[in-house]
Design a protein around this ligand. Structure first.
Ligand SMILES: Nc1ncnc2c1ncn2[C@@H]1O[C@H](COP(=O)(O)OP(=O)(O)OP(=O)(O)O)[C@@H](O)[C@H]1O
Ligand SMILES: Cc1ncc(CO)c(N)n1
Length: 236
């Protein structure tokens, strides 16, 4: 079930424009879900401005669902901004504390904490600081670093490292969205946080390894690679 918070005119190489949905309609879409079908997990991606953030936060506080995974999207892979800079305070005050898991990439973790992140120790410090700001658990993603694709999970007590070899491709559009959605889905299935992240990391790595060389910019990850391998028709 999805709630549309913004309509984005975007392709593999640029964001042309966007129009945010009115906060009242965002809230009513959330009501439509929660008054009807049980939710086992929630995944939140791009929230471009304060009013959208406040609408989402208000309704999540009202319904109090479990397993809230928040990807604090700020800038697209091609460098186009997706969050208004003046909404950073609202992100930190209203959205971040709702997260059972916050999944910033390195630039996002730097913006949230004000820290500079160069090493895995820096990633740990940032994760700890974000947990102190109110997120229950934090996964700092190393997609933007050099070398191995290392992500570090802090569950409020200890760190777990998830590392894969870096795949040499420009087709990484939506890796973060894919990853956080897979983690939320695994939590909905009842897996614990470490196992949910481990399986999602396997999934996103396969999706990047078989990403699609389409479009003029960064092509998308292949969400259905394993399904196709297991016998579904491959028609693209
Ligand atoms: N070239 C790559 N090879 C292997 N793993 C990668 C690569 N690029 C990103 N990843 C992995 O993909 C996942 C998503 O991380 P990333 O830092 O790219 O997120 P993101 O910047 O939020 O993505 P997006 O903004 O495109 O949705 C992480 O597990 C990261 O380690
Ligand atoms: C709408 C949207 N959300 C998230 C991302 C992540 O980069 C993107 N490029 N576009």
């Amino acid at each position: 079930m999805s709630v549309i918070v913004s309509v984005v005119a975007e392709n593999t190489f640029r964001v042309i424009d966007m129009q945010d949905i009115e906060p009242e309609i965002i809230e009513k879409q959330i009501d439509a879900i929660f008054e009807d079908i049980d939710t086992d997990a929630v995944k939140i991606g791009m929230l471009s401005q304060s009013t959208s953030m406040k609408a989402v936060a208000h309704k999540l506080r009202e319904y109090g669902p479990q397993n809230i995974v928040i990807d604090p999207v700020m800038i697209a892979k091609n460098g186009c901004p997706l969050m208004q800079p003046d909404s950073m305070d609202t992100l930190i005050e209203e959205i971040l504390p709702l997260a059972d898991l916050l999944t910033p990439n390195i630039p996002e973790a730097e913006r949230i904490t004000g820290l500079s992140i160069q090493t895995s120790e820096d990633m740990e410090h940032a994760a700890e600081k974000i947990a102190k700001m109110g997120a229950k658990a934090v996964l700092v993603k190393g997609g933007h670093a050099k070398g191995e694709a290392l992500d570090i999970l802090f569950n409020g007590e200890h760190f777990t490292y998830f590392s894969e070899e870096r795949i040499n491709t420009k087709n990484t559009h939506g890796t973060g969205c894919t990853y956080s959605s897979a983690i939320a889905s695994n939590l909905a299935l009842g897996l614990d946080l470490e196992e949910a992240v481990k399986r999602a990391k396997d999934y996103v790595t396969t999706a990047i390894r078989h990403s699609l060389p389409i479009g003029k910019g960064c092509g998308p990850t292949h969400h259905f690679y394993n399904l196709y391998q297991n016998g579904l028709q491959r028609e693209y």
